[in-house]
Design a protein around this ligand. Structure first.
Ligand SMILES: [Zn+2]
Length: 517
């Protein structure tokens, strides 16, 4: 239920810190000139579906110190999304002196679907402002499995991430961007919405930040019908096998509840959900979170894998990402935290908040140890798992599973060590607040080892290295899944023979106590 394929790398590469803007920062921002101005015009093909997005960029602000030729870039491959730069047609650059010829070269190919870039370089000096025009074609149907980054048509509209249709300058002075829409291809009630805002929006920071958001335009369905519900809103394209309004009403309640639970972002930032129906080779929905938003994507038969259950666990999981955030460290290796802790909270919080039943929780408790002990990545180091990348999903999911089990075990031990006065939530809340508020605090693996050693003793730091980084097989303590489940030895069959581990069985502690841990 909480399987969210492909989001690990996405979250790692793309987590945007939640920025709090003070009034004075906003006043400064208004004085900052726009260095990157994009107008997005979706174009319809003869079938009435969006064939591409025509983009007109106006670049201003001049080149950075020491640079002599304007350079532009776009991904050849983005995170598991192929063919990006190849679908950007008729790229043309001009300034006051007329057309500017470009040369281009590609970085060497990265393995496993990891991003690598194409670079264009102007063949003469340019005068600012510079205009860049091209059309980014939508990705045709493919049987490739991957995250929903590429722009795709659905139900007369278009959606995808900024990284798959926005060309960026590599060497201009630009600290504020503006993006607007031309929706003339659509009917009256069409909308253009991004993670950063609806309609035209401006964004502080380098233009590259625009890659890390979702965009959707066309005749979208929406929740609520107008504006937002306590900072939450959703937009979608396609005919869903569940009632999108009902699920988004529930998600909005979940968002408010999660805001209260995590507490440290108060009030919770503006949040946007995007959902799209697109052809996909497996009958399942998956989610991918970017800053303050996620995209839920799946085919028309996307509930087949869950026996008709809407993807509620995935929706919770993606929203939880915003509060869990990330830990600093080597790319990919840090997903024990971003995905592991998000998976842990996806397992326990819907039960605690009354969003799911004990049966749902029991199902996860049944499956999690089995997924761990039978994983082909059991015993693999975090680095080795990262290198497998998108080529093997059973291996790639291990940081979700191992991290989830690691945090569940820590929770039980923190409770035991403090005689029930503290649990993992108290411990994490302190770290989240430091990460969010404390200038100069670096939340990295070293900081984690220091914090967990203070809480549980020095061996907890050594154990982190062994279990999470090196991949040593471990055995969670008896109370790991709360008072309603007892640990018993279990032998798991795998392709390489039997593996000894544990399973947890429902005992006779009354149901009303099961969420007390
Ligand atoms: Zn995730």
């Amino acid at each position: 239920m909480n399987r969210t394929l492909f989001s690990a790398l996405a979250a790692l590469l793309l987590v945007i810190p939640v920025l709090a803007h003070s009034a004075s920062q906003q006043a400064d921002a208004e004085a900052t000139p726009i260095g990157y101005d994009a107008v997005l015009t979706p174009r319809l093909g003869s079938d009435g579906e969006v064939s591409g997005i025509a983009v007109v960029l106006t670049l201003d602000g001049g080149l950075t110190d020491g640079e002599t030729r304007l350079k532009l870039t776009a991904p050849v491959v983005y995170v598991g999304a192929y063919g990006v730069a190849d679908r950007m047609g008729e790229l043309a650059v001009r300034d006051a002196d007329g057309p500017v010829a470009l040369s281009h070269h590609d970085d060497s190919e990265a393995a496993g679907g990891f991003p690598y870039l194409r670079h264009w370089e102007a063949q003469r000096e340019v005068q600012f402002p510079v205009q860049v025009r091209y059309t980014a074609a939508t990705e045709p149907h493919t049987d490739r499995r991957g995250p929903p980054f590429n722009i795709k048509p659905s139900k007369g509209g278009v959606s995808g991430s900024g990284a798959t249709f926005l060309v960026l300058p590599e060497n201009t002075v630009s600290t504020r961007s503006r993006v607007g829409w031309n929706l003339s291809a659509f009917g009256e009630d069409a909308a253009g919405i991004a993670s950063f805002g609806e309609g035209e929006f401006e964004l502080d920071g380098a233009p590259g930040d625009l890659w890390h958001g979702w965009y959707m335009a066309g005749p979208v369905g929406r929740y609520p019908a107008q504006g937002d519900d306590n900072g939450f809103s959703a937009a979608w394209l396609g005919d869903f096998p569940f009632d999108p309004t009902e699920e988004m009403t529930r998600a909005a309640r979940g968002y408010t509840w999660l805001g209260g639970f995590f507490g440290y972002l108060d009030p919770p930032p503006r949040y946007r959900v995007f959902m799209r129906i697109v052809p996909y080779p497996i009958p399942r929905f998956s989610g991918t979170a970017l800053g303050g938003s996620f995209m839920l994507s799946g085919p028309p038969n996307g509930l087949e894998d869950t026996g008709g259950e809407p993807p509620r666990g995935t929706i919770f999981h993606e929203m939880i990402h915003m509060w869990v955030g990330g830990v600093q460290g080597p790319q990919g290796v840090t997903s024990w935290f971003s995905e592991g802790l998000t998976s842990y909270y996806t397992m326990v919080l819907p039960l605690r908040g009354g969003f799911e039943t004990l049966d749902d929780y029991t199902e996860t408790v049944d499956r999690l140890p089995e997924r761990y002990y039978t994983s082909p990545a059991l015993g693999m180091s975090a680095q080795a798992i990262t290198e497998v990348g998108f080529t093997n999903n059973d291996i790639r999911e291990m940081p979700y599973v191992r991290g989830n089990l690691y945090f569940a075990d820590l929770n039980a031990r923190i409770r035991a060590a403090s005689n029930g006065r503290r649990n993992l939530d108290d411990f994490m809340r302190e770290l989240f607040e430091r990460r969010h508020n404390e200038t100069g605090y670096t939340f990295d693996h070293e900081a984690w080892v220091a914090a967990i050693s203070t809480e549980l003793g020095a061996e907890a730091g050594t154990e982190f290295q062994a279990r999470i980084i090196d991949g040593e097989v471990f055995f969670p303590v008896a109370g790991t899944f709360g008072p309603c489940f007892d640990r018993e030895p279990a032998s798991y069959e795998t392709e390489s023979g039997a593996v000894d581990g544990y399973r947890w069985q429902r005992n006779d502690v009354p149901e009303e106590r099961c969420a007390e841990f």
